[in-house]
Design a protein around this ligand. Structure first.
Ligand code: AMP
Length: 277
């Protein structure tokens, strides 16, 4: 496994590879990231992982400085997983002095996460666009866990004719349903227990859907009621939206729906979602 810190060295290493699968990450890897690596390995001849805590996707009062980092541990996990190339640039390599460009996807970035985190998707789209230009992957793998991010990346790739196939893989969960996230490490044991409420709320709404409920407001109310019953949870939003436009639905139709939520448990902001088909 080659660990590469500069763009020029990465371009040289990439030129030796044919079909390449890319898994972009911010590190502090868990089984969710590794499932994307496995998926990439099963579909591509070589796998690249990027580890970069991207400052431009964090708001001024968010956790950029505190975001967990452990490069040695990450590299050991990636070595065991059989990854070929790891790209670990520092901030100045990606954003050198004078950097002043951005990729802005409009529409699908304006709701859900975009409300609480107004510059988040501009940071995500810009860094992912840059990683695509540097790494030139054949395929790029993203998690359903960040559902809106996946929609935004797909839109960017289509709108800007980027020659990359985007693959979205299912959310990996703990046995009690909590979606794996690097931010779960912030939770105290009591908060960790309370954090199962996101999955419980989603599962309950999903069961209602299976039982025939199609009313968007009813599905949102179900999720909100379950979240409200957990004293440690403060709900930021619950949503039952069209899976492509992300607009809130009155009725779930043929395209199904994306049920999603952002909830604060103590100081930790957690998101989760399920797709209704
Ligand atoms: P991050 O390091 O949080 O930026 O995540 C890197 C990639 O891993 C993103 O495409 C995420 O959607 C994906 N990911 C994060 N958590 C999970 C999970 N629990 N299951 C599947 N994919 C995940």
């Amino acid at each position: 496994m080659e660990v590469i810190h500069t763009i020029s060295a990465f371009r040289q290493a990439r030129a030796q590879q044919g079909q390449l699968g890319l898994v972009p990450t911010m590190g502090y890897l868990h089984a969710g990231h590794l499932s994307l690596v496995e998926c990439a390995g099963s579909e591509c001849t070589a796998v690249a992982v990027s580890i970069f805590v991207n400052p431009t996707q964090f708001g001024p009062n968010e956790d950029f400085a505190d975001y967990p980092r452990d490069l040695e541990r990450d590299l050991n996990l990636l070595r065991t997983a059989g990854v070929d190339l790891v790209f670990v640039p520092d901030v100045a390599e990606i954003y050198p002095e004078g950097f002043s460009s951005a990729i802005e996807v409009t529409g699908v970035t304006e709701m859900l996460e975009g409300v609480a985190r107004p510059s988040h998707f501009r940071g995500v789209a810009t860094v992912v666009g840059k990683l695509f230009n540097i790494i030139q992957p054949t395929c790029a793998y993203f998690g359903q866990k960040d559902a809106q991010q996946a929609v935004v990346i797909r839109k960017m790739v289509r709108d800007l004719n980027m020659p990359v196939e985007v693959i979205v893989a299912p959310t990996v969960r703990e046995p009690d349903g909590l979606a794996l996230s690097s931010r779960n490490w912030y939770l105290t044991p009591t908060e960790r227990e309370a954090a199962t409420v996101l999955h419980r709320a989603l599962t309950h709404a999903q069961q209602q859907y299976t039982a025939g409920v199609r009313d968007g407001a009813a599905l949102r109310a179900t999720m909100r009621a379950i979240l409200d019953a957990e004293p440690l949870a403060r709900t930021e939003y619950v949503s039952a939206a069209d899976p492509l436009t992300l607009r809130e639905l009155d009725q779930v139709g043929e395209r199904g729906a994306l049920l999603s939520m952002a909830v604060r448990i103590g100081k930790t902001r957690l998101i989760d979602n399920v797709i209704l088909k």
